[in-house]
Design a protein. Structure first.
Ligand code: SF4
Length: 353
């Protein structure tokens, strides 16, 4: 058993004091940190006792990100962290499909997802039966699924992608016919980006969307540009094509943070979930956030009390279980992604074979 590291309320307040987004949900006083610190330290003690690791998506509330996380990041970074961990238990503080990704890659570990709202508008908009139907309609296409999909859907596809590597992987796939799912905005952005790169591929895509990212409009960008002409506009590929076309940088959440880290600019508008704005305010206090952001109810349904409870008595719905046949086929999609991301071109394995 490893020794539990404990935290003081002042330590926690030091990490959270600059955060000013999302109304009272994500604003912190020393008094609020004094109220949070008993449950934070109980989780840190239980984590050491149970040999658990806590993986936290950047969109989750800041007291979890800065209080109890071992690893923080986007779905791609966290899925790599999940592979490398030697812990017996993985607590995945995000949404259900991300916990499933950890379980696909770590079948012998216990994976627990404490989110009260286990959905995601993207992951819930397409089923394995839908993919099988599309495969019959487009039999000569390579099926590419965004990581925001269930294990059953990944199992029906050839290769998985994230927002950070979708363009690189689709460009590298040795087939000029692609079916992308489930996000229609990423699909349109993918078509536009391949055209910009001079890559000639026929790309069909599914009709889903993320309710957080679909809210943003180019009018918001024009307003911010008129009020803050020096501000850099950063958006996520799940935003619509007008927003993407009018942004200074487009990328996955880790790429956005990296852009801000390296940029000499001082002001940023971040067109993604508020969690990333919180990370900007906590980790880059010399940079200023302008405009507003949007909360994801699924990501924000994670609470410290539930993380403590799953470490002692998880409910059946909080344990991730995947049928072995589905897991093995979904793993092929993820492993194809890892190989493409390293510059290899794996043999495309039809998941339904
Ligand atoms: S922000 Fe929320 S709804 Fe949108 S893709 Fe992420 S988890 Fe799903």
């Amino acid at each position: 058993m490893s020794v539990a590291i404990q935290m003081t309320a002042k330590d926690l307040y030091h990490r959270l004091r600059n955060i000013r987004v999302g109304g009272s949900v994500c604003q912190y006083s020393l008094k609020k940190c004094e109220e949070l610190i008993p449950v934070v330290n109980e989780i840190l003690r239980l984590k050491a006792e149970k040999n658990a690791v806590i993986l936290v998506h950047s969109y989750v509330t800041p007291e979890i990100v800065y209080g109890v996380a071992d690893f923080v990041g986007d779905s791609y970074k966290l899925s790599k962290d999940a592979i490398n961990t030697s812990a017996k238990v993985i607590v995945f503080v995000a949404v259900r499909f991300m916990g499933e990704t950890a379980k696909i890659l770590n079948p012998d570990k216990e994976v627990l997802v404490p989110a009260r709202e286990q959905g995601c508008t993207l992951a819930d908009c397409v089923t394995a039966a839908d993919v099988r139907r599309m495969r019959e309609k487009y039999p000569d296409h390579t099926f590419v699924c965004y990581v925001n999909t269930t294990a059953e859907v990944k199992a029906e596809c050839d290769v998985c992608v994230t927002s950070a590597n979708v363009y690189k992987i689709v460009e590298a796939i040795p087939n000029d016919k692609i079916y992308f799912l489930p996000d229609k905005f990423m699909g349109i952005n993918l078509v536009n980006e391949m055209s910009r790169r001079g890559i000639d591929k026929t790309i069909h895509f599914w009709s889903g969307s993320c309710y957080v990212h679909e809210e943003y409009t180019r009018e918001q960008i024009f307003k911010i540009r008129s009020e803050y002409p020096e501000a850099k506009i950063i958006s996520h590929p799940e935003c619509n094509a007008d927003v993407v076309a009018n942004s200074d940088f487009v990328g996955g959440t880790e790429q956005m943070l990296d852009y801000m880290r390296k940029s000499p600019a001082r002001q940023f508008l971040m067109l993604t979930e508020c969690g990333l704005s919180s990370r900007l305010q906590s980790e880059f206090p010399d940079k200023e956030l302008v405009g507003s952001c949007t909360l994801c109810k699924y990501m924000k349904s994670n609470a410290l009390e539930d993380i403590r409870r799953v470490l002692t008595s998880p409910r059946p719905a909080e344990r991730v279980e995947i049928a072995e046949g589905v897991r093995v086929r979904a793993q092929k999609s993820l492993e194809a992604m890892f190989r493409y991301a390293q510059g290899e071109v794996p043999a495309v394995v039809r998941a339904c074979e």
